[in-house]
Design a protein around this ligand. Structure first.
Ligand SMILES: C[S@@+](CC[C@H](N)C(=O)[O-])C[C@H]1O[C@@H](n2cnc3c(N)ncnc32)[C@H](O)[C@@H]1O
Length: 221
């Protein structure tokens, strides 16, 4: 169906994930999909990330930069945030959205081979990106997030939580496609643990979000 193709869109030769096009349309969809709660949910995600003034933060699969800007506010005044995404269209949208801000930059890249050296960031966040990756690629992406975090750095992953009600879940599938209908968000916490994170904490945000937050240990196990 068209909406599923729009949401899980086009192929990029560097990744088995599916990238987004149509940044502006995605914004409209996001507003409708969250039923007026988008700002509240993403403000809460920024709080849950533990991003603090002065931090260097990374937003993986940043899309149109909605969470990126919330994180930029959390790390201000002396901090900075980089948004990474393989889609030129959403990156252009994000750059327009952040015009005039020097603490917020956007760059081309993929989750499974993140740009940048080891230990560069205090905080890594990623929202609604993991389900774009095939399940066998997700561990590689989380391992990359672990690599670019400094020891003691914090991770926040948030992804789409299918409704528990079978009828509602079926409706989600009919509108957005099978990936979101069957998204196994219960596997996020084990994935994060397997990558070497500790202090793992998970929860849900109404209406659609499951999140996992964790810390990279100060010393390698
Ligand atoms: C549903 S959007 C979420 C965007 C944004 N994080 C948000 O919460 O609104 C998923 C994003 O993941 C990006 N994406 C897809 N495959 C990716 C990959 N391999 N690495 C990084 N980002 C990817 C898509 O291009 C898209 O912008």
């Amino acid at each position: 169906m068209e909406l599923a193709r729009f949401l899980h869109g086009t192929r990029d030769s560097r990744t088995d994930g599916q990238t987004l096009t149509h940044g502006r349309a995605y914004e409209v969809f996001g507003a409708v999909f969250f039923g007026g709660r988008r700002r509240h949910v993403f403000t809460r995600l920024a709080e849950l990330s533990g991003a603090r003034p002065g931090d260097r933060a990374l937003d993986v699969g940043c899309g149109t930069g909605y969470l990126t800007l919330h994180i930029a506010d959390a790390v201000a005044p002396a901090g900075s945030v980089v948004g990474v995404d393989p889609s030129p269209d959403v990156l252009a949208h994000a750059r327009r959205r952040a015009a005039g801000r020097t603490d917020c930059t956007f760059t081309d890249g993929i989750a499974e081979a993140l740009p940048g050296p080891d230990g560069r960031f205090d905080v890594v966040v990623s929202s609604l990106m993991i389900h774009h990756l095939p399940e066998d690629v997700r561990a590689r992406a989380v391992a990359e997030m672990h690599r670019v975090l400094r020891p003691g750095g914090r991770l926040l992953l948030a992804d789409f939580r299918p409704p528990a009600n079978p009828l509602a879940r079926h409706l989600v599938g009919a509108v957005t496609g099978p990936v979101m209908e069957h998204n196994p968000v219960h596997l996020l916490a084990p994935l994060v643990a397997d990558a070497g994170f500790t202090g793992i904490d998970a929860g849900d945000l109404h209406p659609w979000i499951h999140y996992v937050r964790a810390t990279k240990p100060e010393q390698a196990a």
